[in-house]
Design a protein around this ligand. Structure first.
Ligand code: VG1
Ligand code: CO
Length: 546
């Protein structure tokens, strides 16, 4: 039986960089999840214009409340007239696997339950995002419409029914709607086999190559086990923290040197394996580490772009490379050398979608440990790990040697991101207001031995659909090619998070192996002075440095 439940609009449901993220208890409060889900179905439609029910994909990263939310979303999909929902077994799907299922089955979109790299648990974070029929995150026009709808919603629809058994693969009925429970790994693993030379990677492992993959008790565990250990022959136990847990085992599933410190210690320790990797809560991020060498995400994107042709899926070359604005310009240098287009987009994977759909870009990346390609419409952590493995299997050099050769050929973009977390929002807003007001007068000013060439608030005009996104981050460009970028996070759930991104180019051949923080010190000092970070926020040192 379908119930129509009266509700009151709940304000503040503004989806951020990728979907709506809130404290789990907020999502669990009466009607909160339901309001948001109804707003999604009201905007995207659970039935097509011909009245026929639509098909959606549903899955999540296994965090606390994932299982309950899945049952609510299924019952609401049925009540709103959807014809079919494809769900990962156990309500699990990594974000890239969900993107792939949306595309493979030509569905009308999908709902992904995740707060990505944010910790999970009753006192931590939960999230939900809608992905479009192309497999990518909803564009701003859609998330804005969902936000507006949630502010006026008066009722939602839900069927009364017992829980669907999501542990059982196969077809079930829910109030006239088909629920297909599928293996979350199988189709994704097959796609990876299409793109990469599994034979060459198997031979690499068979020759004694050792790897450590830290899945951080999040969703990539089952995917990494199946692909790396079962299909590629990596030693059993290569994948650690491989069981997705509701609280991620208390870990913070953010694959960076701070949160994946156990992996870092192993990779810099006496018996380090050849290659290390970690992934985030929903499996779209990756960190890559060689024996005794850390690969920054911006450098990883550049190395992958320069070597992608070594993998079968990219043997024909790349159409173009896209990076988010705060990501270092290392990939641009590769694109220039290859004679292909380089795009600079705002932060967030949704901005890459049009470039990928339009065949303008093949590889995309963000400084925040996100890399991906046109195989899906999300960033893809395991994909990046496999592309690195494919390159290592062909080149038969160490990660350190590949990086050093890359810097020698292209020069090095020293790069770092400093995060200042849980700042009082009003203080952060005041700092940005002052910084933006100062922008017009900055060009020509000298600071910390650097001269400012230009300063602006990044705006992006999508080259495919012409849509414009304003206020995507303040950029200070110095005349020697160094940059400082300031943004506020759109994914945090407590106060404001200030992100300061700094970059400086060393052409080589000298000065290619400095400590990044030391190489960047003048840019960091200049950034602090220009934005008056301490005066506005009271902070002098960042909480997280990547
Ligand atoms: C952060 C990153 C951004 C990424 C976003 C989603 O956003 O900086 O690059 O796209 O997270 O990543 P923000 O607004 O907090 O800086 V996650 O892995 O959804 O998957
Ligand atoms: Co993620």
């Amino acid at each position: 039986m379908t119930l129509t439940v009266a509700t009151t609009p709940i304000p503040g449901q503004k989806p951020g960089t990728s979907g709506l993220r809130k404290k789990t208890r907020v999502f669990m409060a009466p009607h909160f999840l339901e309001n948001f889900v109804q707003s999604i179905f009201d905007v995207v439609g659970a039935r097509g214009e011909d009245g026929r029910g639509k098909t959606f994909v549903l899955g999540g990263d296994g965090r606390y409340f994932n299982d309950r939310a899945a049952q609510v979303i299924l019952r609401m999909a049925a009540a709103n007239g959807a014809a079919r929902v494809i769900v990962g077994q156990g309500a699990l799907l990594s974000t890239p696997a969900a993107s792939h299922l949306i595309r493979l089955n030509r569905t009308d979109g999908g709902l992904i339950m995740s707060a990505s790299h944010n910790p999970g648990g009753p006192d931590e974070d939960f999230g939900l995002k809608f992905n479009m029929p192309n497999g990518g995150p909803a564009p701003e026009s859609v998330t804005e419409a969902i936000h507006r709808r949630s502010a006026e919603l008066r009722e939602y629809r839900i069927v009364e029914a017992p829980d669907v058994d999501l542990s059982r693969i196969g077809r079930q009925d829910l109030g006239g709607m088909v629920v297909d429970v599928v293996d979350p790994v199988a189709d994704y693993a097959a796609l990876m086999e299409d793109l990469f030379d599994f034979g060459a990677i198997r031979a690499l492992f068979a020759g004694g190559f050792r790897m450590r993959m830290d899945s951080m008790c999040a969703v990539t565990g089952p995917y990494a086990r199946e692909i790396l250990e079962n299909r590629l022959g990596a030693a059993p136990g290569t994948v650690v923290n491989a069981t997705p847990l509701p609280d991620f085992g208390g870990m913070h599933p953010d694959p960076n040197p701070t949160w994946a410190h156990a992996l870092m210690e192993e990779m810099f320790g006496p018996d380090a394996p050849d290659f290390g990797a970690a992934s985030d809560g929903d499996g779209d991020r990756n960190m890559v580490v060689g024996r005794g060498v850390y690969v920054s995400p911006s450098d990883s994107l550049a190395v992958l772009a320069a070597n992608a042709h070594l993998a079968p899926g990219y043997a024909a070359g790349l159409r173009g490379v896209a990076r988010s604005m705060p990501t270092s310009m290392a990939a641009d240098r590769v694109a220039q050398r290859l004679g292909i287009a380089a795009y600079e987009t705002p932060t967030g994977w949704k901005f890459f979608g049009n470039l990928l759909d339009d065949g303008r870009a093949t590889l995309c990346g963000e400084e925040s440990f996100g890399t991906g390609s046109d195989h899906v419409r999300e960033k893809d952590g395991l994909w990046a790990v496999l592309l690195w493995l494919n390159i290592l299997a062909v080149r038969r050099e160490s990660v350190a040697a590949i990086l050093a050769a890359h810097f020698a050929e292209f020069g090095r973009n020293y790069y770092s991101r400093h995060d200042f977390e849980a700042i009082e929002s009003a203080r952060a807003d005041a700092m940005f207001a002052a910084l933006r007001a100062a922008l017009p007068g900055l060009a020509g000013r000298r600071i910390e031995g650097l001269e400012i060439g230009a300063a602006d608030d990044f705006a992006y005009e999508d080259p495919v659909d012409g849509s414009v996104s304003q206020h995507q981050g303040v950029r200070i460009l110095f005349t020697d090619g160094a940059r400082a970028v300031f943004r506020l996070s759109g994914t945090g759930t407590e106060g404001a998070t200030l992100r300061l991104y700094v970059e400086r180019f060393a052409p080589g051949p000298e000065g290619l192996d400095l400590d990044p923080q030391a190489a960047l010190a003048p840019v960091i000092r200049a950034a602090h002075e220009l934005a008056r970070i301490e005066a506005f926020t009271g902070r002098t040192v960042p909480d997280v440095v990547t």
